[in-house]
Design a protein around this ligand. Sequence first.
Ligand code: ATP
Ligand code: MG
Length: 422
Amino acid sequence: MDIIKAPRGVRDILPDEAWKWAYVLETSRKVAGFFGYNEVHLPLFEHTELFSRGIGDSTDVVEKEMYTFLDRAGRSLTLRPELTASMVRCYLEHGMSKKVQPVKLWSAGPMFRYERPQKGRYRQFWQLDVEALGSEAPEVDLEIIAFAIYLFNALGLSNLEVVINSVGCPVCRPGYRDALKRYVGSNFDALCNTCQNRFERNPLRILDCKNERCREIMKDAPGIVDYLCVECSEHFKRVKEGMTILGINYKEDKNLVRGLDYYTKTAFEVLSGELGAQNAVCGGGRYDNLAETIGGPHVPGVGFAAGIERIVLTMEGQGCDFGQQPGIDVFIVTADDLAKNKALKLLYDLRREQISVDMDYTGKSIGSQLKTASNKEAKLACILGGVEIEKGVVTVKDLRKGSQSEVANDSFIDYVKANLAG
Ligand code: ATP
Ligand code: MG
């Protein structure tokens, strides 16, 4: 029988990589603290309607990418493809409009999308999701963009490009939609099949098409910025002023719309050249009408989601520092069963002192135990043989310096602590 493998598009994050993830997530947690965002844990699956209504039926995510299934009672559930709709549901369900606004939340965890797997694109991937709910203020959009930039700086990333646009609102978008359809209509036959289908249902999505020919055609398409109502235009201006005040470089891209229907006003992405075709490290924007589409009152919101795999890939590509890879400091080497009993005691004494320490349980020779100690990059090997037991000492070998000393049992813990600290 063949060994059962993991399904296509999902990956095991092994220890050699997981410590880098831990660094990214710990740094995100710290930045969230500085910015006043609180962590929430949300369910991995929700009612399918939450996403079909909240993200929009005519988006790639809902049309093609969702993992939807019936549970045993015949309810349609979906593994979350993103977190924004769940965050808004959570806000509504827990009456958070009574709290100080905006309510600032973050979460990190796996998302699921049925996509064609390739570098930086998986069927299960992690996102860091940051959302501010309950305020229309452009300074909140600014804070969300600044959060992403501050985080990426803290992680040591460079050469990132911030791209922004405004996608308007239900007041100004219909006028733009008409102008766009007029332009697209005159180029209709040259568009890819997908875009031809988008023409009636969601023409703005044509701006988002990855097809080279469509992109070329859309280069000269009218831009929504020229159609914004006064409110949207003022809002966009204020966000850009804020970016200038904070010294955040950005580029305006009139074709940046993002795939999701609920976005209003600000849309932004952070791009990295390191990632090839999957170049978006993070995407976000404002979604003032999402709460209503899922049956709630008007709750404006703005947020971003960043892909953890893509952050780690970019950091690796740029040779960024991930901090210290966890390892053990001390390895205890034993000669026989008597020594092993004593070693077990020392093992837990050291662990109680918050020293990372390990020993061999498989009865290897002293030589191969010492080899294990250096493979694990332990700083100290503490040897307990017959002689040591008799004399009441431990031989401590400093594997960094190659030096060796006999330490009396009573002073062993203090000696190890002092040695590791020094
Ligand atoms: P893309 O254009 O790459 O498909 P998207 O617009 O679908 O991105 P969003 O829905 O905005 O992406 O998700 C935010 C972030 O999540 C992306 O910028 C990316 O870093 C990450 N991401 C999205 N889909 C995947 C995936 N399938 N695998 C890995 N990371 C992903
Ligand atoms: Mg996508």
